[in-house]
Design a protein around this ligand. Structure first.
Ligand code: SF4
Length: 432
């Protein structure tokens, strides 16, 4: 077990921000081999030393630590997401045993737990569906779009696509009996795809929500198709096209990134870790019980996620005051100079932590997708202001969330006109 560096853990204090979302890696292997996967195909190969599955002793210990942490902080609810690798590799009985173990540990606590699974769905079947339905476990599906898009990068070890099987499983999941457990889609953006066609295909399954993720690349390893860090890229064009199409959808559909940007522009807190300045309250537990801050940092450099903590020898309060965790809770003060002076920083928050990495400056950079995020946020701001020209809409929104239109204008606080250029990039002189 790794020792905790003496200077990396601070004393717990009343200011500790407790965790709410606990991402449990219940399987460290996968039945797919997606080209962009941060677990297997980017910088880190730590998965090799992880047990393939979380055993029940580890699960029990993690659940006990969770309960202690939540009780100490007077929390009455929390969320557990089973993740991988591919969590359905644990099988119906394995998942049931984990749910029972967690249930035993929380019995009598009065803490309400909500459960979710993020899966590629290929192992989904009726016994698993019945279990998840009985236990009210929400199920999110990873899929990149229609078969031609999805099969480009979401492949098995022989390079074969997975869409035909996936569509069969989606038919089961979206059947009347199992639709209540369907929580939505997560898709990695493939910038050559047609954004509108991707949205229409996903929307045909009537998901409760969808979201589009930017590949987990950074300043050292530019995302495929991007020619310069922080510059306008095909990813921004894809997101803008997706947004314009989203505006036309009837009935409206939740696209988490767009909904979150609208909410942040209106002054609400962020519900996601890749936007805004809201302190992140998510923590990861590996199959061997190690506690991590951001599992997707595996894409940045080997060992990037390791905090030197494990549920067998540390509690979650120690994780909550670890310097690597606190870095995501100080808002603007821990961001680079460019982001601190940016007019949309309250909404963007410098983007997702893994996207900021470079060997030279570590995380003291804007997002590698800076120009794309900036353009998207300003476009959504424009659209929101246009909607709010109607006095009755303004008044209704103000009544519901105490918001004033001035606040949205103020995001471009240096001047009230929408800006077309970001601040000069202090971290990358010469780039706007
Ligand atoms: S400078 Fe770029 S990355 Fe930083 S907050 Fe502004 S848009 Fe986001």
């Amino acid at each position: 077990m790794l020792a905790v560096p003496a200077d990396s853990v601070l004393a717990a204090s009343s200011k500790t921000i407790p965790f709410h979302t606990f991402l449990w890696k219940i399987a460290s292997r996968c039945n797919l081999n997606c080209s962009y996967c941060y677990v297997y195909n980017l910088a880190d190969s730590e998965w090799r030393r992880q047990p393939p599955f979380m055993d029940l002793a580890t699960a029990r210990q993690a659940a006990v630590r969770m309960r202690e942490h939540l009780v100490v902080h007077n929390k009455t609810s929390a969320s557990i997401i089973f993740h991988g690798g591919e969590p359905l590799l644990a099988g119906r009985d394995g998942i049931e045993a984990l749910l029972d173990t967690i249930g035993d540990a929380f019995r009598g606590s009065g803490i309400e737990l909500s459960f979710g699974i993020q899966t590629n769905l290929l192992l989904f079947d009726v016994p698993i569906a019945e279990l998840l339905r009985d236990r009210n476990v929400a199920l999110g599906v990873s899929i990149d779009g229609p078969p031609a898009v999805n099969d480009a990068l979401r492949v098995d070890r022989a390079g074969r696509g997975s869409s035909r099987e996936l569509e069969e499983k989606l038919a089961l999941l979206t059947s009347q009996r199992y639709r209540p457990i369907f929580s939505g889609f997560l898709s990695v953006i493939q910038p050559r795809s047609d954004a509108a066609a991707v949205i229409d295909y996903l929307a045909s399954f009537r998901p409760p929500s969808m979201d589009f993720l930017l590949p987990l690349d950074n300043h050292d390893r530019l995302p495929p198709g991007m020619s310069a860090a922080c510059g306008p890229s095909p990813y921004g064009r894809w997101l803008l096209r997706a947004f314009e199409h989203w505006l036309t959808l009837r009935p409206p559909i939740v696209v988490r990134t767009f909904n979150t940007i609208v909410a942040l522009l209106c002054g609400a807190p962020s519900q996601v870790e890749h936007l805004g300045l809201t302190p992140v309250d998510l923590v990861v537990i590996e199959t061997n019980g190690e506690i991590e801050g951001v599992d997707s940092l595996k894409g940045a450099f080997p060992g990037a996620t390791q905090l030197g903590l494990n549920v067998f020898s540390h509690d979650f309060d120690q994780a909550a005051v670890h310097t690597e965790v606190l870095k995501r809770q100080h808002g603007r003060q821990d961001l680079c100079n460019t982001c601190r002076s940016c007019d949309v920083v309250e909404v963007c928050g410098a983007g997702y932590l893994p996207h900021r990495f470079s060997t030279a400056r570590k995380f003291d950079n804007p997002s590698v997708y800076c120009a794309d995020l900036y353009a998207l946020i300003h476009r959504i701001r424009e659209a929101l202001i246009a909607e709010l020209q109607s006095t009755s809409v303004q008044s209704a929104v103000r009544r519901v969330i105490g918001f004033s239109r001035q606040r949205i204008f103020n995001l471009g606080r240096h001047d009230r006109r929408p800006r077309t250029n970001r601040p000069a990039c202090a971290e990358h002189p010469g780039r706007a």
